[in-house]
Design a binder for this molecule. Structure first.
Ligand SMILES: [Cu+2]
Length: 168
């Protein structure tokens, strides 16, 4: 009996969420402005994918990107990349990524990025998917990532750095 009332409720919720789906390449939350979130397309069986965006902070207080959640992956991590004995390595930022007041931080290939760990399905080029980003000050911010080609946002010469991502 209960199940009959729950199912229509779930559909109604999906319907109200749908309109926000198509808009918003830029999202604002308090002092934060989040621009052009995108993710790399992934192959069948790939377990992790990279996500990128720019976060501006127009406020007077520092904020911090701590992580987030998404229906398409088990976990959302914030990674940094650095050279270690001539090899580019990535590691999770356990304390998150600082967003300084009056500044902006670009998460991009070869640098800071979001890692969607434990992908539940491949990310297909052209689709968008919802992600809730969690900030220390601004709280939860809902954005949509657009899936782009692997080479998107990568200047030709930097393609090598980007490739090390796929071994993840
Ligand atoms: Cu990573």
């Amino acid at each position: 009996m209960i199940r009959h009332t729950l199912i229509p409720a779930a559909f109604a919720l999906a319907a109200t969420l749908a309109p926000t789906a198509t808009s918003a390449q830029t999202a604002t939350a308090g002092a934060l402005e989040i621009t052009a979130p995108w993710a790399r397309e992934t192959a069948q069986g790939q377990t992790a994918g990279g996500g990128f965006l720019t976060i501006g902070n127009k406020g007077k207080a520092p904020d911090r990107l701590l992580g987030g959640s998404t229906p398409v992956a088990a976990e959302v991590q914030i990674h940094t990349m650095s050279m270690d004995a001539g090899v580019m390595r990535m590691r999770p930022l356990r304390d998150g990524l600082a967003i300084p007041p009056g500044g902006s931080v670009a998460l991009k290939p070869g640098s800071f990025h979001i890692m969607f760990m434990g992908l539940k399905r491949p990310l297909k080029r052209g689709e968008t998917f919802p992600v809730t980003l969690r900030f220390a000050r601004a709280g939860d911010v809902a954005v949509r990532f657009r899936v782009e080609a692997v080479t998107h946002g990568t200047a030709g010469k930097d393609a090598h750095g980007g490739n090390s991502h796929d071994s993840h």
